[in-house]
Design a protein around this ligand. Structure first.
Ligand code: FAD
Length: 509
């Protein structure tokens, strides 16, 4: 514990157990409505899986890796927030790139549509089928291939769980360059395919920068080998970037090489109560100026986000109630140097009144408790019944504007409206909870929220992607010329459209 201030800040005194309880589970008695019915989608002209197809898949995989039992297939049909439900009849679990290649070549030939699935923690319905697409699960492609401890280059298969890889590289004094609340379930292949952002993008940058190389399989089964571990490689077009964030619509990621930064020797976490949003912005500016290169995360959550998470999941909030909360983390290499910087920053901002109250700790268990409260916000609203989730980027001065606007627009029709997110990246998550899915609330929210984001020059998807839920809104953030080029790329790489249909691109571009 670093005690770096004299008064005003209380120390975290509890050691509540990690308690993210809502992780991809669904109650079988309350299955979500079928996506095709809920969103009125028509099935495209794909083939239907026949007994002969199942026999072929069994011939290249083993019997156990071709799942057709209805109850075993069900979890692969339902997304994490229980908003989307597909109707797939078969899940394939390849173990090698060669198997993926054979599956795709066959499916392409037979015009069988495929839905790639990693940890199924995606929040825009991209990871589950809409109709009877074959689910291609990467859960068995989970081997670490190599680690270069000097350069920090890790090579692994796409189905490795992010937290497992992070634990592995930590044993070698490195960390994964990304971290997110779903780390215990999401796959690194899913992270690359969604271009996941997460909690420390502010410090370690986005995946376009960290991804060194990739191996991917095209719709026709061709394996594209760009699996180099070089930091610099300007030889021709940067093909690996086509697969970053394309959500399984251009190809299947099978292996990847990623740059792992050095494990920080000194980590400190602060959790602060702040009077209003203007002060959150001032505090962010001051933190960047005072902490410079050691600032690794700057997250904010409004009162409703923290108090409802604490209440719904029975997680302790170390502070009393404040209009806004800030979670600030430092990663550095010298405890004394970092503590000195942080001390000066804290003293200054407690005196200025930007920090009303707070707690600062370097004890791993206590830091975990605070992170747990922050990371649990994403799922805690599920206990209210149903969540409408929005993940948008907005120029930072207008970052919070939409939350009061939506509260006013929805009034008592919503149980709660709250905002939280990665303020350092201009990325706010806006959650609206209701007792159950409700078309009236849905139509008050969409397209209104995307129109407002567009007026503010923001992006309708900051980090979760477009998936199944947002293709009709992509034009709010990309113009026709960009969408046209995306369509050309899709046609070039997947001419029969078998890869993750109904996702990312709307039909009319
Ligand atoms: C509690 C919680 C917190 C979260 N926090 C964040 C956050 O901070 N930042 C953030 O960016 N996201 C966050 N997410 C969203 C989600 O975790 C990320 O989008 C994650 O990267 C998805 O990985 P996954 O393995 O679960 O992929 P899935 O959900 O299985 O799939 C996501 C998309 O990628 C495709 N896909 C998956 N694997 C492959 C592959 N090998 N090849 C080709 N396509 C593939 C799927 O078809 C789908 O379109 C959070 C989710 C939860 C539940």
């Amino acid at each position: 514990m670093i005690n770096m201030y004299n008064s005003g800040l209380s120390i975290v005194r509890y050691l509540a157990k990690s308690n993210i309880i809502v992780q991809g589970r669904y109650a079988s008695q309350a299955l979500p409505q079928l996506s095709s019915e809920k969103y009125d989608v028509k099935r495209k002209n794909f083939g239907t899986v026949q007994a002969a197809d199942i026999n072929y898949f069994k011939s290249i995989l083993s019997e156990q890796r071709v799942v057709t039992d209805e109850s075993d297939v069900l979890p692969f049909n339902i997304d994490w927030i229980k908003n989307c439900r597909g109707q797939s009849k078969v899940v394939l679990k390849p173990k090698t790139t060669e198997e993926v290649s054979k599956i795709l070549a066959y499916c392409n030939e037979k015009r069988l549509a495929v839905c790639p699935q990693g940890g199924n923690t995606g929040l825009v319905g991209g990871s589950v089928p809409v109709f009877d697409e074959i689910v291609l699960s990467f859960m068995l492609m989970n081997k670490i291939i190599s680690l270069d401890e000097i350069s920090g280059a890790l090579v692994c298969e796409a189905g490795c769980i992010l937290e497992n890889v992070d634990n592995y590289v930590r044993n070698h004094n490195l960390i994964m360059p990304l971290d997110l609340g779903a780390k215990g379930t999401c796959h690194v292949g899913g992270n690359v395919s969604t271009n996941a952002g997460g909690l420390r993008l502010l410090r370690y940058g986005n995946l376009h920068g960290s991804l060194l190389g990739i191996e991917a399989v095209k719709a026709d089964g061709t394996v594209i080998d760009c699996l180099r571990s070089l930091k610099k490689d300007n030889t021709g077009y940067h093909l690996k970037h086509l697969f970053v964030g394309s959500e399984g619509t251009l190809g299947i990621v099978t292996k990847l090489a990623i740059h792992c930064p050095v494990l920080p020797k000194a980590v400190t976490l602060g959790f602060f109560g702040v009077e209003n949003f203007d002060n959150v912005l001032k505090l962010y500016r001051s933190a960047k100026a005072s902490l410079g290169e050691i600032l690794s995360a700057f997250e904010m959550a409004d009162r409703e986000a923290i108090t409802s998470t604490s209440k719904n999941l029975k997680l302790p909030n170390p502070l009393s109630e404040y209009p806004f909360y800030v979670l600030l983390e430092t990663h550095g290499s010298d405890e004394e140097h970092d503590a000195d910087k942080l001390n000066r920053f804290l003293n200054k901002e407690m005196d200025s009144g930007l920090i009303l109250d707070g707690t600062v700790t370097s004890e791993p268990a206590k830091m975990q408790t605070i992170w747990n409260l922050r990371e649990s916000i994403a799922g805690a609203g599920l206990l209210d019944g149903y969540i409408f989730k929005y993940d948008v980027s907005i120029p930072i001065v207008k970052y919070y504007d939409l939350v009061p606007l939506l509260r006013q627009r929805l009034g008592s029709k919503a149980t709660r409206v709250y905002g939280y997110g990665h303020i350092g990246d201009g990325n706010i998550h806006i959650n609206v909870t209701v007792p159950e899915y409700n078309k009236e609330v849905s139509s008050l929210l969409e397209p209104f929220i995307f129109e407002e984001v567009s007026k503010l020059q923001g992006s309708v998807s900051a980090e979760h992607g477009i998936g199944f839920r947002k293709p009709q809104y992509i034009h709010y953030s990309k113009d026709r010329s960009a969408l046209g080029l995306m369509r050309d790329l899709k046609t070039l790489m997947d001419p029969n459209g078998i890869l993750n249909p109904y996702k990312v691109l709307p039909d009319d571009v």
